[in-house]
Design a protein around this ligand. Sequence first.
Ligand SMILES: Cc1cc2nc3c(=O)[nH]c(=O)nc-3n(C[C@H](O)[C@H](O)[C@H](O)COP(=O)(O)O)c2cc1C
Length: 402
Amino acid sequence: MSDSLSGKSILLGVCGGIACYKAVELLRMLMKEGAEVSVVMSGNADKFVTPLTFQALSGRSVYHNTFEAGSSDSMDHIAFAKKADLLIVAPATANTIAKMANGLADSALSNLFLAYDGPVVIAPAMNSVMFEHPAVKANIALLKERGAKIVDPEEGELACGAVGTGRLADLDDILFSTRSVLTRNLDFTGLQVLVTAGPTREFIDPVRYISNPSSGKMGYAIAEGFRDRGAKVDLVSGPVSLKKPSGIEIFNCVTASEMNDWVQRRFPHCDILVMTAAVGDFAPKTIQKEKMKKGGRQSLNLELHATVDILKSVAQKRTTQYIAGFAAETENLIESAKEKLVAKDVDMIVANDISAPGIGFQSNVNQVSLVFKNGTVERLPRADKREIADTLIDRIRGELKA
Ligand SMILES: Cc1cc2nc3c(=O)[nH]c(=O)nc-3n(C[C@H](O)[C@H](O)[C@H](O)COP(=O)(O)O)c2cc1C
């Protein structure tokens, strides 16, 4: 059992949507992490799951009826709300979202929402057409503007049979947002960050390409790290099989040339650029229109041309941006990184020894050295990619202050 939420008082607001049953599991997960959880229900949540279920699992009375004497102890909940560290509303219905955005107080949950002035995490779940409705969008935007953390719903098959965006976010994502809101340091608020991630593919013919095994995990971890510290993040992503992170604008691309197009477009708007993508250095000079046949050949020569040097090209156009690039090397790691830093005129190179076993491409762990403009080199210990990302972001913060 992890105890990352140990000692935290959490209010779990549950609404009357089809995903209501998932709040039962969320309650258990929060308690497993050590949180003290008190459940509050919207006006219609008890049509889906009984208060008794939440009461039995949380070991606390459930606030679900504002007026019925004896069914709940509303004053107790107001007292709990005063000392609660966080309110999570999951699933959040369109109806309760509208009430929270507009200050209506006609259910236990909407009353408590107004009586509570701490951080709020909201995980909407509804039919995709409802979710796309301008009224719902506007209400969510308003709550976000007022500081609520929105855990975006996922795309997929919905309970009504339709396919679209509206399914309650993965419970692990809600838990992750909960942790990050409780521990957050919003020191990048107001800054725009551009991150590139993943590999590129350079096609030989319609079905074959030259690429590399980059998974994109390092870049996605960095993008999420900046997001969690208040930055607005654009992520230019090569083809990866990672889940789209919430709260980040994603620009998908396949080739180095497409990645270059997105980076050139987004770069003027950013304050910080971190290029982790493993961009192909060479691409076939011509792409065969039809799938090539072996045709009895014993060998094949491909003529390649160098792709655009995205990092160098944007660094030349910089105004005030802080720029960090990654260098994946198999030999002379630090020397090559120092040369790259000068050649590309960037502020930091993150040197990544991809020859070391068990780290780098595909792996969840990494081990990198940070090479700074002033010549210093910091070797970070082997760690989870998200931990590496957080340390890297700390160092960038330090550099911006210097
Ligand atoms: C079977 C069923 C499933 C529903 N699922 C959802 C849903 O997932 N999301 C949503 O916003 N509303 C859903 N609704 C509509 C809400 O229940 C309705 O808007 C209700 O007024 C919400 O009340 P509350 O916000 O007090 O929980 C559903 C209704 C029914 C009958």
